[in-house]
Design a protein around this ligand. Structure first.
Ligand SMILES: *Cc1c(COP(=O)(O)O)cnc(C)c1O
Length: 393
């Protein structure tokens, strides 16, 4: 069994992909060829966002967004303590200070009431209000931006988060790297009212390509122009008129062509993902020692990962039991952001983010992809039941 079976999609899309790739090989415009603009128009249409600016990765989409706002030293950028490192890496690369915010343990996403406290703590330079990183204790930083993450494919609670952000005048960057195609209160991610949204087309993400790729989304004409400039070395009216410091951040035409083919089957895959998740929910409900992931009624996840919790300190034993039964699992993420070696200089203690810390010790992601059969889900569930029993002895 595969953890994510990317070949199952390829078996379906191969003719479309080969035709698309042939077209690019024929016209030869490998950098910013016509497929790039075509893809951007399709992604904007799909999500409902006004502008889509494709780029070289999800990480670069986050970085370009923060660069467009001029985020840098002296700025506090709030982000969840439980996410992939890139969410915190982007502000850190620009010299801004990542200020971590604990999660809602049910959804693994940023807790809006914790964000409110963290902003107040930074503004008043008072770690008794909320745990602060060392740079925010040493001097008063400017609360500048927040990066909520739609972890595992389910959107964060944007009505609550945007209310806090509005009140404190924070720019909001949605990290939708795992949630392209998901919905929150009837609207699609990347068009939920955040100033900019960033997504990733890394192969294992819900909409993946065959390499690295990403995109930023915005409603603002001006921001879209700035993002396009940053993507191409800070170009002005032409490419040798450089008006700002930028990146080489373009999406390859070949990857855009692959994404156009994959996008054709993507809506059906999003539906199939719901069926697989429902099947898992049936199998995992009332399973001793396992907490199935919470699917909020006002959201529709794309299930980038199907991540359960293993309670009772048995996660690692259960993961070993799954391996012994031939079922692949993964741990996203074994170390919460506040305890990563790269962020040691922030000086956080384990107990500063108790919910993120607890999650990192309990999460176990199970095999999941839209082409999984009911039987396969049943095999995973049976293995899990066996592994939990064995671990409990
Ligand atoms: C994958 C991911 C990223 C980075 O995307 P890349 O395309 O790999 O650079 C950022 N944030 C989160 C939450 C991710 O899962």
């Amino acid at each position: 069994m595969e953890f994510i079976d990317l070949k199952a999609r390829y078996r379906r899309t191969e003719p479309r992909i080969r035709a698309r790739l042939d077209a690019v090989l024929e016209h030869g415009r490998f950098i910013m060829g016509p497929e790039v603009a075509e893809l951007e128009a399709e992604l904007a249409r799909f999500s409902g966002a006004k502008h889509c600016v494709s780029c070289s990765s999800g990480t670069d989409a986050l970085l370009m967004a923060l660069m467009a706002w001029g985020v840098g030293p002296g700025d506090a950028v709030f982000l969840p303590a439980f996410s992939f490192f890139a969410t915190g890496e982007a502000p850190a690369l620009l010299g801004a200070t990542p200020v971590l915010v604990d999660i809602d343990p049910a959804t693994f996403n940023m807790d809006a009431s914790a964000l409110e406290k963290a902003v107040e703590a930074v503004a008043k330079r008072d770690p008794s209000i909320y745990p602060l990183p060392a740079p925010a204790r040493e001097r008063t930083l400017k609360p500048r931006a927040v990066i909520p993450v739609d972890l595992f494919g389910q959107s964060a609670d944007y009505d609550a988060l945007l209310a806090v952000a509005d009140k404190h005048d924070l720019s909001v960057l949605e990290d939708a790297a795992q949630s392209f195609g998901a919905e929150y209160r009837g609207r699609k991610t990347c068009a939920l009212g955040c100033h900019i949204a960033a997504t990733s087309f890394f192969p294992a993400k819900p909409l993946g390509c065959f390499g690295d790729g990403g995109a930023a989304f915005t409603e603002s004409d001006e921001t879209a122009e700035t993002l396009r400039s940053i993507r191409a070395h800070g170009k002005g009216d032409d490419k040798y008129d450089n008006v700002r410091i930028g990146l080489n951040g373009r999406l390859d035409t070949l990857q855009a062509a692959i994404l156009l083919a994959n996008l054709e089957v993507f809506p059906e895959e999003v539906e199939a993902r719901q069926r697989v998740a429902a099947r898992y929910a049936e199998n995992l409900s009332n399973m001793e020692g396992i907490v199935a992931p919470a699917a909020r009624a006002d959201r529709r996840s794309v299930w980038a990962q199907y991540t359960a919790r293993v309670t009772g300190g048995r996660r690692d034993a259960v993961a070993a039991g799954m391996k012994a039964r031939g079922v692949p699992t993964n741990i996203y993420y074994p170390t919460p952001m506040h305890l990563l070696a790269a962020f040691a200089h922030l000086g956080y203690a384990p107990e500063d983010m108790p919910k993120a810390h607890a999650a990192s010790g309990e999460v176990l992601s199970l095999p999941f992809h839209p082409y999984m059969t009911e039987d396969e889900v049943g095999i995973v569930a049976a293995a899990l039941r066996g592994a939990v029993k064995e671990a409990g002895r």
